[in-house]
Design a protein around this ligand. Structure first.
Ligand SMILES: Cc1ncc(COP(=O)(O)O)c(C=O)c1O
Length: 387
């Protein structure tokens, strides 16, 4: 008889992983399924890690990260948002994913529910389920100007067992961004009801008309029930390093000290020196990367808009394109077949909860040449595709 909890047995694998498994071993597949660029981590970040390793920085560290890293995070938030966050409110985590899991562990109990604004990155919903919560999805609407949030259905979905509301802004896969007045209204509601906001801001640098996206840091007080998750993955091309951070309310310090202690016990010191380099010296790279994505976004939008059978859904932020294909309802099969028949890796809309089932997502953070080739392959594949 198995000993695995039923909740774990019943978790659904992310459909993105199902597609990835079809083709990660095929060297000629152009990978656009995951949210990562085709550029490696910049040399100055790698050098900071290898220098620290050579200097013998290989010992256990404080759970929330070494003091110079926490100070660098404080400086980074001050520079970006003009706020003075005490270092006691922030902790290094071993990935944005790990930060999400810590917040789920800190907030939900079996039988509680968590609201997720969808379409959304699926892992957060799974983190809530692993901790015993029911996930209630509230869909973004879609109008002529793109995705938009109506807060009333969010409020209507909450009851006395609602512990947390999850949103990502800029969003994955949508690129949707919350507007400040809406964020203020949401915060007011959550304050009054004692509900946590899990604000996922890992795409905070991937906006195309400002240096940085709106952050809940700009409106939340130190003791508001707001948990802000971030990551080194996207802004500094560090997806494989598995490093992120979390900011929590002032009263949650002891809880996060314990949760980190008993989950990961902190991160490698030499990697933390790379994080400090990224935060303190990473502006030039962050700007270069956004410009590179801007070029890619224009290519992707122009090609998808002109593609027969394809309806492109433009977005204002992050690095994803989303589109529908006339006559395609089963996007998982579409993406699996695209791997084998066209050698392109994309993510099926069924991965992202309600609201994107009939859409396909691709990450356009690639060189113009590679993206152009991917678009040629996609166009040919779509033209001949019969469900
Ligand atoms: C919305 C969102 N949040 C969090 C993450 C986690 O990032 P990581 O675990 O690489 O730090 C991702 C990664 O794709 C994401 O898209």
């Amino acid at each position: 008889m198995g000993v695995i909890r039923q909740q774990i047995e019943e978790l659904r694998d992310s459909p993105i992983i199902e597609v990835f498994r079809e083709g990660f071993h095929l060297p000629d597949v152009i990978p656009m399924w995951a949210g990562e660029p085709d550029v490696p981590t910049p040399a100055f970040i790698c050098e900071a890690a290898s220098k620290a390793m050579r200097e013998g920085r290989t010992f256990y560290t404080p759970n929330r990260g070494i003091a110079p890293l926490r100070q660098a995070l404080v400086r980074y938030h001050r520079r970006l948002y003009g706020i003075d966050m005490p270092e006691t409110r922030v902790a290094l985590t071993l990935s944005g994913m790990s930060a999400v899991m810590l917040v789920a562990q800190a907030t939900v109990r079996p039988g509680d529910n968590a609201i997720a604004i969808t379409p959304s990155w699926p892992n957060v919903m799974r983190a809530m389920q692993i901790n015993g919560a029911e996930v209630r999805e509230v869909m973004l609407g879609r109008g002529n100007e793109g995705w938009r949030l109506d807060l009333d259905p969010v409020f209507a979905a909450c009851d006395e067992r609602t512990r947390v509301i999850y949103l990502a802004s800029p969003g994955n896969p949508t690129g949707w961004e919350i507007e400040r007045p809406q964020a203020e209204r949401l915060l007011e509601f959550c304050r009054a009801r004692g509900i946590a906001i899990l604000s996922d801001e890992v795409y905070h640098r991937l906006v195309y008309d400002r240096p940085v996206a709106f952050s809940f840091h700009q409106i939340a007080r130190d003791d508001d029930p707001v948990f802000i998750v971030n990551s080194f993955s996207k802004a500094w091309a560090m997806t494989g390093w598995r490093l992120g951070w979390v900011a929590y309310p002032s009263y949650a310090l002891a809880a996060f000290e314990k949760l980190i202690q008993f989950n990961t016990s902190g991160g490698a010191e030499f990697l933390q020196h790379a994080c400090i380099a990224a935060l303190d010296e990473g502006e030039e790279f962050a700007r270069f990367f956004v410009e590179r994505c801007r070029v890619a976004r224009e290519i992707a939008n122009a090609r998808l808009a002109a593609m027969p059978r394809v309806t492109n859904i433009p977005s204002s932020a992050a690095f994803y394109a989303m589109f529908g294909v006339e006559g395609v309802t089963d996007t998982l099969t579409f993406c699996k077949r695209a791997v084998h028949e066209a050698r392109i890796g994309m993510a099926p809309g069924t991965s992202f909860g309600r609201g994107a089932e009939h859409l396909v997502r691709l990450c356009f953070a690639k060189s113009p040449e590679l993206l152009g080739e991917a678009m040629d392959r996609l166009e040919k594949f779509v033209a001949g595709y019969v469900e």
